[in-house]
Design a protein around this ligand. Structure first.
Ligand SMILES: Cc1cc2nc3c(=O)[nH]c(=O)nc-3n(C[C@H](O)[C@H](O)[C@H](O)COP(=O)(O)O)c2cc1C
Length: 358
């Protein structure tokens, strides 16, 4: 199936705009996930069926340690189909308190030589209430983890610190009340929203976390960290998080350093947005290693950025990641990638490590 994707399906998809292809894939995925024959058919091709590679992290059981990262299933449409593709979970979102239209199109650009997508989506999503209602209607798939990623609503009204904090809290409280989501993530590092990455300075992150601590919850909370950040500021952010009721960090979000773009990719003049895929690889690994070295097992570490193979995933595990999130690798390599990573893990189970956070 992998050659079929690489040589037939991908070249066809890449003739169309990335957002149209994405919407098409979500529609197919939603359809295939809606009936058991569709799910079984996909599982026959893409489902991992080897030795047990499950792990429990912060009390949450993951059948496989690979999750679909935030930004692909932003409205919670794919939770039925993703287990058939060997994913252990999905991070739905990022979801905002109010529905968001997103930034004007085009807001996704493929950079094939860089193995990347330039993302300027601007948090398009239906808003927390609609997404929770959708998830509540569906039967939850066994042993499939649903994370909920919250971001600040992308408009001028939420730009002030107080309004921004209230916006995150609204979504978090709604999810807690509904009892939906196995873990929560605060996305403090979306580069493409009104007012920028408002809560990725130590001072403002501290203010946000004081209020977040007041929301009673039983599920783990993770913070999606920025990648394009100085080492010392990143460490200051971790220092703040260390003082709060936070279980882990996802390292990390999109890369904003355009020098990571391969020169062969055309660079439109008015480039805006963050880079996914391989441009995230090195910085993500550096920050994972720094976090592990400095904080040992204090934080669960979710490795995210540029995973295109089992070997890539293994490097992140070796550096200290407990789980992996990915999107762009699946877009470039096809949906068979996740099964291949799981097979690789099953051949080297000890090096992935059993999570200490259970
Ligand atoms: C189309 C697209 C949309 C994204 N939207 C979000 C988002 O809403 N929230 C978020 O936390 N990350 C978002 N991301 C970032 C990814 O979750 C991930 O951090 C980044 O792409 C690096 O992983 P990758 O190299 O495996 O794609 C998005 C990425 C892509 C490609």
């Amino acid at each position: 199936m992998a050659p079929m994707y690489k040589h037939v399906i991908k070249p066809l998809f890449f003739k169309f705009g990335p957002e149209g292809v994405h919407d098409f894939m979500v529609a197919i995925g939603k359809f295939m996930g809606s009936f058991s024959l569709g799910r079984s058919f996909l599982a026959m091709i893409y489902g991992y069926r080897g030795p047990d590679i499950s792990k429990t992290v912060d009390g949450v059981y993951y059948k496989t340690p690979i999750l679909l990262s935030a930004g692909f299933d932003y409205n919670g449409n794919l939770t039925q189909v993703l287990p058939s593709l060997s994913f252990g979970g999905v991070e739905v979102g990022s979801i905002t308190a109010q529905p968001c239209e997103g930034n004007p199109k085009p807001r996704l650009t493929r950079l094939p030589f860089s193995k990347s997508i330039l993302v300027n989506k601007g948090l398009k999503n239906d808003g927390i209430e609609a997404v929770l209602a959708r998830l509540a209607k569906k039967q939850k798939m066994k042993d499939f983890v649903i994370g909920l990623s919250f971001a600040r609503t992308n408009n001028s009204k939420t730009c002030s610190t107080e309004a921004g904090i209230e916006d995150y809290l609204f979504s978090l409280r709604k999810a807690v009340e509904a009892g939906i989501g196995d873990y929560y993530t605060l996305n403090i590092s979306c580069p493409n929203a009104f007012g920028g990455e408002a809560f990725s300075t130590p001072e403002l992150l501290g203010k946000l976390m004081i209020e977040v601590d007041k929301v009673a919850r039983t599920k783990p909370l993770y913070i999606k960290m920025p990648l394009t950040i100085l080492d010392n500021v990143f460490m200051q952010l971790l220092g703040i998080l260390d003082q709060h009721n936070v279980q882990g960090v996802i390292i990390g979000n999109l890369q904003k350093d355009y020098s990571t773009i391969d020169k062969r990719d055309p660079v439109p003049e008015k480039y805006r947005g963050g880079l996914s895929g391989k441009p995230c690889w090195t910085r993500s690994n550096e920050l994972i290693a720094m976090t592990k070295k400095e904080y040992k097992d204090r934080f669960t570490i979710v490795g995210c950025g540029g995973v295109f193979s089992y070997e890539d995933a293994q490097i992140k595990f070796d550096l200290g990641a407990d789980l992996i999130h990915l999107i762009t690798g699946m877009i470039y390599e096809g949906p068979g990638l996740i099964k291949k990573i799981c097979q690789g893990i099953s051949r080297h189970p000890s090096s992935v490590g059993r999570a200490h956070h259970s």
